[in-house]
Design a protein around this ligand. Structure first.
Ligand SMILES: [Zn+2]
Ligand SMILES: [Zn+2]
Length: 370
């Protein structure tokens, strides 16, 4: 199984070939549509067995229209909502003209594909007002190897995937939303535990993708990083046991926005022994809201790319330096005074502020908080 992460600048497009079958997951933006079509032609693609549109933002969907016109497409899988754009109208018209139904398979649905299979992970729910959240996410499996693609899915969708009961462990994760702060939550990383992350984003993109906190998390978990903005098109080949790459990982954990200092400086650790991983987890909660709002205003003239994070309101960062820190785990319901109070697995615990833990519904551990 050969997985090509196409360099489509600020966008996403992944071609998968296996045993004579072809899948395209997203097609990049208008500016790279002809590149995608010619790339597939160079790989001798004539038929696309599965054309998957994660969601209808142009940086993912535009190139799929080119593919529909250039190749014999068998199945179209997409998200069950409508998008307010001419491009969306053009997409559904092209699909209809080919006599193809739009398939919106439920979470958990499995398809056999080439020498392996893929399973639908998201969306569990549809938000008519938020394109990214509706992204179709899949887990692609070939023997012992697996890959997860989440489009522009955000933290809320990642949470639903974690709660789906589906095994999310994988070898290769494409961090959601081009490495933006709206995705790649600590819990999702702990559920997927990838060996490799492939970030698809444009060089010097206006959104500042990828985000510093996301890159810090990847680095703290020793996840090997590939980036289309630094390395161009990247190819991985799975033989069912081992994944072989056409180049070495760049392991460049620098954020897209050079000015982005992350949230590290705003959080002082109250416990002496926390690792960099738990620190990243603590940081995650403090300012993703702020940052995404500024990214949205910076890119307001273009697509619905950087939607403001609507979950937790931005915290008053002036108070975080004195915040009481507590330990939680992704699966537990209690927060703890220490990471090894006997009620938690220390290796799975992460540190966050007590107020954040309470706002997320965690309750004090009866053993270490009385
Ligand atoms: Zn999007
Ligand atoms: Zn996008």
């Amino acid at each position: 199984m050969k997985v090509h992460f196409l360099d489509v600048g600020q966008g996403l497009s992944i071609l998968v070939q296996s045993d004579g079958q072809t899948m395209i997951y997203d097609g990049g933006d208008k500016s790279t549509s002809s590149f995608v079509v010619s790339y597939l032609q160079k790989q001798n693609v004539t038929t696309i067995d599965y054309l998957i549109s994660s969601h209808y933002d142009s940086d993912h969907m535009a190139g799929l229209i080119g593919c529909l016109n250039a190749f014999d497409v068998k199945n179209v899988i997409s998200s069950d909502y409508e998008h307010d754009s001419k491009l969306y109208q053009s997409f559904i018209q092209t699909v209809a003209d080919k006599g193809l139904p739009m398939q919106h398979p439920a979470v958990g649905t499995e398809f056999s594909f080439g020498s392996g299979s893929f399973q639908i992970l998201a969306p569990a729910t549809i938000d008519p007002n938020d394109s990214n959240k509706n992204s179709v996410a899949i887990k692609l499996t070939n023997g012992d190897n697996s890959f997860i693609f989440t489009g522009d899915a955000e933290n809320t969708s990642e949470k639903a995937m974690c709660e789906s009961g589906i095994d999310l462990s994988c070898d290769v994760l494409v961090p959601g939303h081009h490495g933006s702060a709206t995705a790649t939550s600590w819990d999702f990383l702990q559920a997927t535990v990838p060996e490799y992350a492939v970030i698809s984003c444009g060089k010097d993109n206006q959104y500042g993708h990828p985000d510093k906190d996301v890159m810090d998390k990847l680095e703290s978990m020793d996840i090997q990083v590939y980036r289309t903005d630094k390395q161009g098109t990247i190819i991985a080949v799975s033989d069912g046991t081992t994944i072989t790459w056409d180049q070495e990982p760049c392991n460049d954990y620098s954020p897209g926005d050079k000015e982005d200092k992350g949230t590290q400086a705003q959080t002082s650790k109250s416990k002496g022994s926390s690792s960099s991983g738990s620190m990243a987890a603590a940081n995650e909660n403090s300012s993703s809201g702020n940052k995404e709002v500024s990214a949205a205003s910076a890119g307001a003239s273009s697509q619905v790319e950087a939607t403001p994070q609507v979950t937790a309101a931005p915290q008053d960062t002036s108070s975080t330096s004195n915040e009481e820190m507590v330990w939680i785990t992704a699966t537990g319901s209690k927060y703890h005074n220490k990471n090894n109070c006997g009620q938690t697995d220390p290796s799975k615990a992460s540190e966050i502020s007590r107020s954040e833990a309470e706002s997320r519904g965690y309750e004090p551990c009866k053993k270490c908080f009385r």
